[in-house]
Design a protein around this ligand. Structure first.
Ligand SMILES: NC(=O)c1ccc[n+]([C@@H]2O[C@H](COP(=O)([O-])OP(=O)(O)OC[C@H]3O[C@@H](n4cnc5c(N)ncnc54)[C@H](OP(=O)(O)O)[C@@H]3O)[C@@H](O)[C@H]2O)c1
Length: 227
């Protein structure tokens, strides 16, 4: 297997948790992070991954967790920037600076720092894969999700430039644009949305693709969504 060692953020619930279970079951070595210590420990026990808690809103902690992942795995072949959140749905006129700064820190600054650290780690080896979990909001510009949309569009732009810088060095970069997933991302369950396990299967398949191709972006949705 070309991409054995995986570092993934946002692994304690939802898509990240499903990805860790899927990847571990396929023989990958995974270092997982999230804030919730109990959920992370349960995941470690269930999947056999390793991991440490980290609040990605603290820039210095983001750098530290990358270092810890490197120490645990030896070499990081794959970075999956999965952690993300939307504070609430409301019109831009009702938003406040605190939620802007929180979403900036988790949805844009943390993946930027991790992409930068991963590139510095992968460039000398001319090997690696960075998978960025964006969202279809980056394509749709959803009303009532202004800050989240802005951060995810910023993340998509960062991803696209990174792809151009990484690929000549043999490092693959893929932006994932999922539609609605039935996770704790929202207060209410949405059974009509994609199950996190289904989305995880779709994403983990990327690691089995032949070396001579790269998927630049992957957009997929539940059947109840048309765009
Ligand atoms: N659900 C959807 O419909 C949907 C659609 C498109 C894209 N996405 C994207 O998919 C990714 C995964 O979302 P999900 O649906 O799986 O959401 P989720 O169930 O709410 O899980 C989010 C994960 O991010 C972690 N996280 C949140 N804030 C954090 C922080 N400050 N520091 C460290 N970790 C933090 C959470 O862990 P802790 O709580 O333990 O910190 C959790 O493991 C996100 O980037 C989201 O934007 C979701």
């Amino acid at each position: 297997m070309n991409y054995q060692n995986v570092f993934i953020t946002g692994a304690t619930r939802g898509l990240g948790r499903a990805l860790v279970i899927d990847l571990c079951s396929k023989g990958h070595r995974v270092f997982a992070t999230g804030r919730d210590k109990i959920l992370l420990q349960q995941l470690i026990t269930e999947s056999g991954c390793s991991g440490k808690v980290c609040d990605l809103t603290q820039a210095e902690d983001v750098l530290d967790i990358f270092h810890q992942a490197k120490q645990a795995l030896g070499q990081i072949d794959v970075l999956i920037n999965n952690a993300g959140m939307n504070s609430r749905k409301c019109e831009l006129s009702e938003t406040n600076l605190a939620e802007f700064e929180l979403q900036y820190a988790i949805n844009l600054r943390a993946p930027y720092l991790l992409c930068r650290e991963a590139m510095q780690h992968m460039l000398p080896k001319k090997h690696g894969y960075i998978i960025n979990i964006v969202s279809t909001v980056a394509k749709r510009s959803n009303a009532s999700m202004s800050i989240y949309t802005a951060m995810k569009q910023g993340f998509a732009g960062l991803n696209n430039v990174l792809m151009k810088e990484a690929q000549p060095h043999g490092i693959k970069v893929t932006a994932i644009y999922p539609g609605g997933i039935n996770t704790a991302f929202r207060d209410q369950p949405r059974p009509q949305y994609m199950q996190p396990e289904s989305v995880a299967t779709m994403i983990s398949q990327l690691l089995t693709n032949p070396n001579d191709l790269v998927v630049h972006e992957l957009t997929f949705r539940p059947l109840v969504e048309l765009e």
